[in-house]
Design a binder for this molecule. Structure first.
Ligand SMILES: Nc1nc2c(ncn2[C@@H]2O[C@H](COP(=O)(O)OP(=O)(O)OP(=O)(O)O)[C@@H](O)[C@H]2O)c(=O)[nH]1
Ligand SMILES: [Mg+2]
Length: 731
């Protein structure tokens, strides 16, 4: 009887392998188990006696995919063949949806086969099952042995309705899967009405196709293997340990069988749960390792590739993809695994946009596409696209970035497996959010690196620029130095020329002094003798005398200009006798003083012998000052030259103090007396031609180039005192 199990959304279908003792029923289940579940994930439960004869039943439970969202849970039972276990057989037969009668083809078993089939009819009747309607196939077994009944004979004896029959060699697996496929198809077609698929020929054909498709891989399996070793199966202790022989109370046996069925059911369920748990653990481990790997991933593309691979692996789906939102909007396939195109990108909506793009645009991109979801119109369109591509379901989750949607992760369920559901969606979400964070980080990291590289490049460029400018500066510096050197050399030459010129000028002027003085003296004599000479001669004498004096002044001016230029340039100093120096200074002025009637007095402090100076220059400077003291004096006045030691800030110096009793200098003029070419406003008429106004300026330059000082004190109408202070080098 078909059982709907709404909790797990499954339909349980019960098929019983019936037949005489030792006909090979258990062997058939072992073969089917090996074929449909080579990894032995499900278990074959057996309730055996000590010598491996079936005591209650064997049970093999497994899923046969889905129809309309319901899982088809097949349960294959065997009955114990031994005659005495009839109560158990009847109990096992309760609610069966289909039967495989396994006969023993040996002629010796003719009667046993007949007894067994009779017994089956009786037990079906006892269970209220119509034997004319229950799906049944025959498997005439042990065709490898000698002395066999023919298939026709067997069918004549056992198969009154001429149900499909298959020869088989169960120990080698031959014919077993064919019989199994046939009964599965028949049974499912028989229960089709109850499944809600209707009874229309098309619907039934569809169902047949579905079952055949599900069975195909097992039928096309590699050559069937002989059961030679002890098959893997779970041996369960019977719930009731009482053997049936002596047990007369049939109800008790039935209870025991029911209890064992329930227990086996529980075991099966437990087994399922264990497998689910194992899968969960595997998934969790997968998530953990995914997170660990992404944590260190710096390449954004590698993050997404890994996401697709991990999603396909952990969700156990054949197709998964990452779709990205490009800067221009819309959606692009970044990576599609298991297909050319992502099914939801391949299918377009009415607006001509891929369905996935439309989904991304709605802002609600977290969904399950499945028959079980009962979605609205949109959902139906999505499901149609998914089924069109050959998948039974899909999950879609968003890849969320900091600034919005980065893209979508999609996964598509294999039609032979349970459709993807809520737990798959959650798993996809965990993977997607982990990857989104890693992706965002990887992009940030890449940008940081780019920025760094840019900075480094900038620094390098600036460094190169700086180095270039530095080289330029160095080159210019070198040029400047060369130019400087040349300038220095030129300057040296010029200075030398200048010096030579000054010396030459001074010497010429000096050399001219003697002859001019003789001319002056001669002219004077001529003037003195004027009375004795013709009148014309006396007049010429006066002219000569005047012009000779003018000439003296001009020479004096030329010399002073030369001295001014020479002062401060390379100056050869030496220690000279002060007395000699003054004698030399005053000699040319003697005549002048006499003619002005000025008395010149010299006082040199005792113990003061020498002064260190450039004698020519210093003497000329001194002479300028004394000459002023004579020129700007009054008749019968006095010009006094005192030389003595003075103390200046603890240093012994030599002071030359030149004072006169002359007209003095007005206060306003005093600050300007040392300026070149400045002439006092009160040049006396009798002082003869005015000088060039260089005297005191030259004196100041000369004194200062000796490291000395010169200053002037004057009281109008009383006289002027000029003091020259020179370092005492002899100290
Ligand atoms: N030669 C041969 N031996 C077979 C074949 N099928 C089963 N056997 C052997 O027959 C014996 C009984 O097989 P089982 O599968 O235990 O028979 P069963 O129908 O389950 O027997 P019960 O549980 O006692 O009713 C075993 O030794 C099998 O190896 C076959 O096709 N050929
Ligand atoms: Mg058995």
């Amino acid at each position: 009887m078909v059982q709907f199990d709404n909790q797990y959304r499954q339909i349980k279908i019960k098929i019983v392998y019936y037949g005489p003792a030792l006909s090979g029923k258990t062997t058939c289940l072992q073969q089917i188990h090996r074929r449909i579940d080579p990894d032995q994930k499900t278990k074959l439960y057996s309730f055996n006696t000590a010598n491996d004869r079936t005591l209650f039943f064997d049970l093999l439970a497994f899923d046969l995919g889905r129809i309309r969202g319901y899982r088809l849970a097949l349960q294959l039972y065997t009955v114990p063949g031994q005659v005495q276990y009839n109560a158990t057989r009847r109990a096992v037969l309760t609610g069966t949806d289909g039967i495989v009668f396994v006969s023993d083809s040996q002629a010796s078993e003719r009667q046993a086969n007949i007894e067994s089939v009779k017994n089956m009819w009786a037990n079906l009747e006892a269970n209220g099952i119509d034997r004319t309607r229950v799906p049944i196939v025959y498997q005439h077994n042990k065709r490898d042995l000698p002395n066999l009944l023919s298939i026709e004979t067997l069918n004549d004896l056992l198969n009154p309705f001429r149900a499909p029959s298959f020869p088989s060699v169960a120990v080698r697996g031959e014919g077993v899967m064919k019989g199994f496929a046939a009964i599965t198809e028949q049974t499912l077609v028989a229960v089709a009405g109850k499944l809600g698929v209707g009874t229309s020929p098309q619907a039934l054909d569809q169902l047949r196709l579905h079952v055949r498709a599900a069975m195909e891989p097992f039928l096309a399996a590699p050559p069937e293997i002989e059961v030679d070793s002890e098959p893997e199966r779970e041996v369960v202790e019977p719930a009731s340990s009482q053997a049936e022989g002596p047990l007369s109370d049939e109800d008790l046996v039935q209870e025991a069988v029911r209890a064992n069925v329930a227990m086996t059911d529980l075991n099966t369920r437990l087994d399922q749960l264990r497998r689910q748990l194992e899968r969960k653990v595997r998934v969790l481990a997968g998530i953990a390792s995914f997170g660990r790997n992404l944590g260190v991933e710096q390449d954004p593309n590698a993050v997404l590739t890994r996401l697709v691979e991990t999603a396909a692996e952990l969700l156990e789906v054949p197709v998964a993809s990452v779709l990205l939102v490009p800067p221009t909007g819309g959606l692009e396939e970044f990576s599609v695994r298991g297909e050319e195109r992502d099914p939801l990108m391949g299918a377009v909506s009415d607006t001509g946009e891929p369905l996935a793009t439309e989904l991304a645009g709605t802002g609600d991109s977290r969904l399950i596409v499945s028959e079980l979801q009962g979605a609205g119109d949109g959902g139906d369109r999505l499901l149609a696209a998914v089924e069109e591509a050959g998948y039974n379901s899909a999950v879609v989750v968003p890849l969320a970035g900091r600034k919005g949607l980065l893209g979508l992760l999609t996964a598509y369920g294999h039609p032979s497996k349970s459709p993807l559901g809520e737990s798959d969606l959650q798993l996809a979400e965990v993977l997607a959010s982990t990857a989104s964070v890693a992706y965002t980080n990887a992009i940030a990291w890449r940008e940081l690196q780019k920025l760094n590289e840019g900075l480094e490049a900038q620094v390098a460029a600036r460094t190169r620029d700086l180095e270039a400018s530095l080289a330029e500066v160095q080159r210019l510096n070198a040029e400047l130095e060369t130019a400087n050197e040349e300038l220095k050399r030129a300057y040296g030459q010029l200075a030398e020329l200048d010096r030579v010129k000054s010396e030459l000028t001074i010497r010429i002027a000096d050399d001219l002094k003697g002859p001019v003085r003789s001319v002056v003296t001669a002219a004077q004599l001529l003037t003195d003798m004027a009375a004795d000479l013709p009148e014309r001669a006396g007049r010429y004498g006066t002219i000569i005398s005047e012009k000779a004096r003018e000439l003296t002044e001009i020479m004096e001016n030329v010399m002073q200009a030369s001295l001014l230029a020479a002062a401060g340039k390379s100056m050869a100093t030496r220690s000279v006798s002060i007395r000699d120096l003054l004698k030399e200074t005053l000699a040319p002025l003697r005549e002048r003083a006499k003619s002005r009637d000025v008395h010149v007095q010299v006082l040199i402090a005792s113990g003061l012998e020498t002064v260190t100076c450039a004698p020519d220059l210093f003497s000329a400077a001194l002479r300028s000052v004394v000459k002023n003291a004579i020129d700007y004096n009054r008749k019968g006045g006095e010009a006094k030259i005192e030389v003595r030691h003075v103390d200046q800030g603890g240093t012994r110096m030599i002071a030359f103090r030149i004072s006169d009793t002359g007209i003095g200098i007005p206060k306003d003029d005093q600050p300007r007396v040392f300026e070149a070419f400045w002439r006092g406003s009160s040049h006396p008429e009798e002082a003869g031609p005015a000088g060039a106004g260089l005297g005191l300026a030259v004196a100041k330059r000369v004194v200062e180039s000796h490291g000395g000082t010169i200053f002037l004190e004057s009281i109008e109408g009383e006289g002027t005192t000029v003091t020259i202070v020179l370092p005492d080098e002899s100290a």
